[in-house]
Design a protein around this ligand. Structure first.
Ligand code: GLN
Length: 391
């Protein structure tokens, strides 16, 4: 019996993620890596010291399943301070291995075979496979360049009796678009009197530009009772490799999510939870983050004005889309590969953020957009500048 040719893949269309592919290519061709979204600088040194301190102090065994209580209390306080949310740290917060694991746990706990899940495209690449591996059907709502707004009337047309869940993301990866209060209000009207659940992926909550305030779903009590709100310490503290995040959800939803969490991972890194709990006592760190990233966004925006790329406005996240139709007719994938190999700047092609429906995908192949990550040191951005000017 040849096992290799006698099993059916649960995800036949899934290959290696574009982030792994492009980062590897950047390394291979010695290109500046503005592709995968991660900072090329360290977390605050105090936070690293605290992590070492709590490791030395012996927090090296399992943490409580849902997370260290002191950390959950701090997070409840933070979300009340920022968004006016009343969250019970005991029953409504779970610390996870990054936002992706929180999303995986929520989808796995609630999506049954045949359920429909609406995602907003271009969409971060974890949503679709997680839905499909659980037997769900992805129903994409497609935002259009250059504004990437949701037309809620059109969105409503996608809802059917089978709609189980909606996944939203603000600030949005890859476009840098954000949801405003009126978006949440419109959604609220649409889902009223339905059993639809919502995942709000808010991992870039502190990377907001030009004085805009992050509109967390947590500000909207009328949506909270049906929602999972997902956050990332990796984005907030520049430590994507620590794989730490958390999810807030009302108790009846969290109970089901934890059934999945406890048997897929049980708990996450103990000493880092202790360290973050202590670090969070001081609000000034996250309060200065928008300014910290604004400087980078402005610098990168300035850099692009000296190139033939046309930037698409970004309001949040550390991503900047740019149109390259003044430069080339190539598909975005070919162009991104050539940029890496010949021009030594690695970027992400935007068509990969559209779902695998081949017909639909082809329509978006004509979109001449690439994504830059500007969450990098000034020195690296300046080096990239020299290369981008020559393209
Ligand atoms: N969120 C990051 C990005 O969009 C990286 C994700 C990953 O590498 N899986 O680039």
């Amino acid at each position: 019996m040849n096992i290799a040719s006698n099993f059916t893949s649960k995800l036949p269309d899934v290959g290696t993620t574009i982030f792994t592919t492009m980062s590897k290519m950047a390394q291979e061709y010695n290109a500046i890596n503005l592709s995968q979204g991660f900072p090329d600088f360290n977390p605050p040194s105090l936070l690293m010291e605290l992590a070492a301190k709590y490791m030395q102090k012996g927090h090296n065994q399992y943490a409580p399943m849902a997370g260290v209580m002191k950390l959950r209390e701090r997070l409840a306080e933070k979300n009340e301070f920022l968004y006016g949310a009343k969250i019970n740290p005991e029953t409504e917060i779970t610390i996870t291995a990054g936002a992706s694991q929180a999303i995986a746990a929520a989808v796995t706990a609630f999506v049954h075979i045949g359920d429909e899940v609406i995602i907003v495209e271009p969409a971060f690449d974890v949503y679709q496979p997680l839905i499909e591996v659980n037997g769900g059907k992805v129903v994409p709502y497609r935002m259009e360049a250059p504004h990437f707004k949701i037309d809620w009337q059109a969105f409503e047309q996608l809802i059917t009796p089978k709609t189980r869940m909606i996944v939203l993301n603000t600030p949005h990866n890859p476009t840098g678009a954000i949801l405003e209060a009126q978006d949440w209000q419109a959604l609220s009207k649409i889902v009223n009197n339905t059993n639809i659940l919502i995942i709000s992926d808010e991992v870039y909550e502190h990377i907001m530009f030009d004085g805009k305030e992050h509109q967390s779903l947590l500000r909207f009590p009328e949506l909270w009772h049906r929602s999972f709100v997902v956050f990332s310490f990796g984005k907030t503290f520049h430590c994507t490799g620590w794989k730490m995040g958390y999810v807030a959800a009302p108790e009846y939803l969290m109970k089901e999510l934890r059934k999945n969490h406890q048997f897929s991972i049980f708990c996450v890194n103990h000493f880092i939870q202790e360290a973050i709990a202590e670090f969070l006592a001081d609000r000034s760190y996250y309060e200065q983050l928008p300014h910290f990233f604004q400087v980078k966004k402005d610098l990168f925006g300035q850099i692009l004005t000296n190139t033939r790329f046309t930037p698409i406005p970004t309001y949040g996240s550390y991503f900047q889309l740019a149109d390259y139709s003044n430069i080339s007719d190539e598909s975005d994938i070919d162009f991104a590969i050539r940029m890496t190999k010949e021009h030594k700047v690695a970027v992400i092609p935007v068509s990969v953020f559209y779902s695998n429906d081949e017909n639909e995908k082809r329509n978006h192949m004509n979109t001449k957009l690439i994504r830059f990550c500007f969450g990098k040191t000034e020195q690296i951005l300046q080096q990239a500048s020299e290369k981008l000017c020559k393209i």
